[in-house]
Unconditional design. Structure first.
Length: 341
């Protein structure tokens, strides 16, 4: 296993399959127009599988497919089967907004996808429309139901909590998760690239979330992670045993244990969600580099890693949006939807 300059292992890789998305969430893609990655630059499934093999050869064991909306990429189950042939991938997961999940859940499961996370910020169709510019809230709920039917029994729901939008729905989402057989993880609103309307006042902190939930449910106990799982979410349990998670990435960042890196759909490798620049793995790949040469590039880069992006943001006195719209247009790699959330 390769470690960085702060002793963090190269354990977990997020692979963005596309920068395109079929929602326009206000905290991620609020603009009318975007600059997309050129089609010819997008890695093929074979290229992705090869890069993943180099990463697993260096010790990575967790792979999460994301985007943009990963299920907009044609035939994702074929990529899942390709990655499944790599026995060193111990945990293969996918994060989706659920919009086109219903039709694909069974084939993703059959192809060997291990875990699924669906983003669900609200149970109210009118709020969903106001926040995502889509009327298809019902499709997301159908996607979640279909995923359960397909056998995804460790289903997770990601909820970004934004003040003035959905902070009054925390308990409703827990209740919904309980009924749907899914564990909810509340995520603090982050000032990542793309969140051009972000302001500190809209962040609902972990403490505020726990206070609101305690007012409704009474005592809330810390609950550990399932065995062998290292995840950014802190888990909690209600008195009846229902569990949920909180990812306090804005008020209590977890940089010190961050073992994640991100590969964009065009093969640019980022060591931190907040990093200004990435390293192109596509160029050497397409110029004929051997696996050993790619491994050397990845090892050399990771061993020098000192990134603590979220902690550095916390030190800022006057904190606002990370990038202006102009800076995002100048380099779309700065966007969360390009980097892979
Ligand atoms: N389209 C897929 C989805 O919606 O799950 C995958 C990509 S999306 C960028 C991944 C995750 O990032 C989602 O759960 C989304 O809610 C989260 N996300 C995006 N912008 C965020 C922000 N500003 N703060 C916190 N989480 C954010």
């Amino acid at each position: 296993m390769v470690h960085d300059a702060l002793s963090r292992p190269l354990a977990s890789l997020r692979v963005s399959l596309t920068d395109r998305c079929n929602l326009r969430c206000r905290y991620c893609m609020p603009e009318e127009e975007y600059v997309w990655l050129p089609r010819a630059s997008i890695l093929t499934f074979e290229e992705i599988a090869r890069v993943v093999r180099v990463f697993t050869g260096l010790g990575a064991r967790k792979v999460r497919l994301t985007g943009g909306e990963p299920l907009l990429r044609h035939d994702v189950p074929t990529l899942v089967s390709l990655l499944r042939r790599n026995e060193q991938v111990a945990d293969l997961a996918l994060t989706t907004n659920g919009m086109v999940l219903a039709a694909q859940a069974a084939s993703l499961r059959a192809a060997g996808l291990g875990r699924l996370t669906v983003s669900l910020d609200t149970l109210r169709p009118d709020r969903f429309e106001a926040y995502t510019r889509s009327k298809r809230h019902g499709d997301v709920l159908e996607g979640i139901a279909e995923a359960r039917r397909a056998g995804f029994d460790r289903l997770k729901l990601n909820t970004v909590v934004v003040k003035g939008y959905n902070e009054d729905e925390l308990a409703d989402l827990i209740e919904y998760g309980r009924g749907a057989g899914a564990e909810v993880r509340f995520i603090e609103y982050m000032d990542v690239g793309g969140a051009t309307r972000w302001s500190p006042e809209q962040v609902v902190s972990r403490r505020e979330m726990l206070e609101a939930l305690a007012a409704r449910y009474g005592r809330i106990e810390p609950a550990g992670q399932p065995a062998g799982v290292a995840a950014p979410a802190e888990r909690f349990a209600l008195a009846d045993g229902t569990t949920f998670g909180i990812i306090a990435s804005t008020t209590a960042p977890f940089c010190r244990t961050c073992d994640r890196s991100r590969l964009t759909a065009d093969g640019t490798w980022f060591l931190c969600l907040y990093a200004a620049r990435g390293v192109s793995l596509r160029d050497p790949l397409r110029q004929g580099a051997s696996d050993a040469e790619l491994a050397e590039l990845i090892t050399g880069t990771w061993t020098g890693r000192t990134d603590r992006g979220a902690e550095r943001r916390l030190e800022e006195v006057e904190r606002g949006a990370l990038y202006s719209v102009e800076k995002l247009r100048a380099d779309p790699h700065r966007e969360m939807h390009t980097r892979g959330g």
